[in-house]
Design a protein around this ligand. Sequence first.
Ligand code: SER
Length: 589
Amino acid sequence: MNAQQLREAYVKFFEERDHAHIGSASLVPENDPTVLFTTAGMHPLVPYLLGEKHPMGRRLVNFQKCIRTGDIDDVGDTSHLTFFEMLGNWSLGDYFKEESIEYSFDFLTNVLGFKKDQLAITVFAGEEGIPRDDTSAEIWKSKGFSDDQIFYYGKANNWWGPAGITGPCGPDTEIFYDTGQPKCSENCGPSCDCGKYTEIWNNVFMEYFKNRDGKYTPLKQKNVDTGMGLERVCRILQGVPSVYDSTVFKPIISKISEISGKKYVDPYLRDFRIIADHVRAAVFILADGVVPSKIGQGYILRRLIRRASRNMSKLGYDGPFMSKLAEVIVLEFGRSYPELVENKEFIFTSLTTEEEKFQKTLMRGLKKFNELVVENSDVKVLRGDLVFALFDTYGFPIELTAELAMEKGFTVDMKDFDNRFKEHQNKSRMDINGTFKGGLADNSERTTKLHTATHLLNAALRNLIDPNIRQKGSNITQERLRFDFNFPRKLTPEELQKVSDFVNDSIRENLPVTCEEMSRDEAKVLGAIGVFDSKYGDVVKVYTIGNVSCEICGGPHVTHTGELEGFKILKEESSASGIRRIKAVVGKF
Ligand code: SER
């Protein structure tokens, strides 16, 4: 079974069991400042797991594009990926353990053809006052699983979430593929990483909310959140040694081989895999409108492109090549993810531009490197701080510095460099993790006000500046809103004043904010603004603010604009070519 067949079989199976197929959400979480990327199918569903009504109902299914950057340095082995697809099905306060386990078992054995003795199960052993999940164990036993196929683990293994500091979470039961190879030791089990077991599916029974004090309280509704990694299931079904040998990556690997003239064999395996993974991730990130930059998602994108470019040079190929590879990727994944096809020109050009930029960076780095060689010719050692500066300021890869230094008969103080590098990594990790700190389900009073302010700002720009203005991005933190929109030039101070006055007038009038559910077509007829794509489903929520704004949105919003108290624009700047960015705050001024 290939990836496309697997996606289709999965969706069909759950549709037949009354699940609505929701589209894959963007890799860039909308209105969620607490994460850089969507890391699981449940991310975009947090408000609904907390009890908000989902327009498509209480049973959902999809395949979701995800990025997890934590493992970026492990990419190159047989299984790690930065971008992957997750197959997921959800019950929002509908069915619970019994049906969820039944569905998974049915799908794995009857659709995918796994034998019961090829599977192993883990369940929550109980911890921190939360009892052992005997219910799940009993359900598995009733399907014919023997005691030695069922393993009990604590929170470290059989608990999922919250994805941030606070949010929905719960015990899970995980399904593993057992390769049949002998146990590596007496204690060998699914949590062991000897390779005997591979996790296939994770069924989370989300019935708790973890609050800021670390306490668990029961959720309003009991949910099921499941996730199955598409690439690893393909690997198992196809009986190949790594995800890169599966049909998911085959065409990409062949293209790399064609471009570089090298075979996908040792010593190049790792380089091939890094290039394949990173370029695929970059293509998907670009398709969601991110451009390479120094911060946030753009920084990750840049890192992926540069790393792929470096690995291609290791294969002996130095020119830009990514747009050629991207063509294959768009062809392979465009059917499931039409945004790739819609944005392909942007993807190809952005890749080439960034590759060329990196080449220039390398040239500058090389120049600096040669200067350092001359300056230090007496000692023939490159100090850690110099090597780090080459890396940090010139983007010059450390392996390259080491290689070139060796050629010149220099040594590099790697120990000092490593220390500096680790410090730098910890700092970026802290920066990235800091993004999680707010907790995912951050529907606090403050961010709610900023959501409503964003609608007013959007309306003001379209009413007063240009009716063709469209939202190109929105990001809300506790402190401020950030709104990106298309416009060819800087706004004048007078224009900004007008926009700000409009929003403040709307606040003073204390306009009611109302929400109505309707079909997408009705919303269109009503003139609601918003993205009319499938991810909103057939039924959408339309928020209306007095007679000022009418917009499709998931919420949450205040009930009256007066709650915002006041509005102030902090900054108007360029965000990308043709895109302006406004940062603003609400409160008493
Ligand atoms: N949220 C769970 C996971 O990421 C199940 O989808 O594994």
